[in-house]
Ligand binder design. Structure first.
Ligand SMILES: [Zn+2]
Length: 288
């Protein structure tokens, strides 16, 4: 049984870069059981057959198409100047300065595209399976604090640190290292056990605040700006705090930052489900 679980884990959540694949997998696994019937049906219809109905299995797809869709690289993040707040007009652009080409703009765009699902009156000009896979991935990314990190250090990518004995960068610590260390230290590498703990917190310890996670219901962009603002605040308060170039990060950093990572993974999942539920419930026009 143990071997089977491990094989499933290895098959579904390979230990690769970039949140890392485990983070996206966790976010989508939390989201899918929270879908309404209408949203669950739409997701089933839109998923490629290779996903076998499992949204989490395609949650890192957007990272794998960066080379075939070079324009999509800037959609995974947004970098404010060295300030601890997010301003959509100032911060949402790619390196050429094209507006809306950032994680917040992309979430808004794919939300609008998916709102055309089931619209029989017009031919839908989008590949909605790709829209769904982008959206599911990017709602995860916007919750990783350093995807909203400073432009001067490319969200921590330019800050070399030592993670225990290994040289890496601060961005990668938040994408993957903290999650991988957690799986190793507390869950015997069983990602499903970590997901179950997060689900228990959503219905238990965090249940009082969970309704407030999704309290910006009808204006899609205001929700997205809120998620982005939270991330840069957390980046300042936790990710960058007390980290200098070549800092050695070990137990103190890991154990104090882990609760932030856990909550951001859970919030990403809950909000992905809430977003899909709003998109696929009838009567709300999300294109506005
Ligand atoms: Zn990404």
């Amino acid at each position: 049984m143990m071997l089977l679980i491990l094989l499933i884990f290895l098959a579904k959540a390979p230990a690769t870069q970039s949140w890392g694949s485990e983070g996206h997998y966790i976010t989508c696994k939390i989201a899918q059981p929270l879908l309404s019937e209408a949203a669950a049906n739409a997701v089933q219809k839109l998923l490629p057959s290779s996903a076998e109905g499992d949204l989490a299995s395609v949650c890192s797809w957007a990272d794998t198409v960066r080379s075939i869709y070079p324009w999509s690289s800037s959609l995974h993040f947004a970098n404010p100047p060295n300030v601890c707040n997010y301003d959509y007009t100032r911060d949402c652009h790619n390196t050429q300065g094209e507006k809306d080409m950032c994680v917040a703009g992309a979430i808004n765009n794919y939300t609008s595209q998916l709102a055309s699902y089931g619209d029989l009156s017009t031919a839908v000009p989008y590949n909605l399976a790709e829209s769904l896979m982008f959206l599911s991935h990017l709602i995860g990314d916007i919750h990783q604090p350093l995807h909203l990190g400073f432009i001067s250090d490319l969200g921590g990518n330019r800050i070399t640190v030592q993670w225990y004995t290994e040289e890496t960068n601060l961005h990668h610590v938040w994408d993957s290292k903290i999650i991988n260390e957690t799986l190793k230290e507390f869950y015997d590498l069983e990602v499903s056990a970590m997901i179950e703990d997060l689900q228990r917190n959503i219905t238990g310890g965090w249940s009082d605040e969970v309704p407030t996670w999704d309290s910006c219901s009808k204006d899609s962009l205001s929700c997205i700006v809120r998620y982005a603002s939270e991330s840069i605040s957390l980046a300042c308060e936790w990710a960058y705090k007390d980290v200098t170039a070549d800092a050695i990060l070990g137990d103190d950093y890991f154990l104090s930052r882990l609760p932030i990572v856990e909550k951001r993974l859970a919030q990403g999942g809950v909000r992905l489900a809430a977003t899909l539920n709003r998109i696929f419930s009838s009567g709300i026009d999300f294109s506005k």
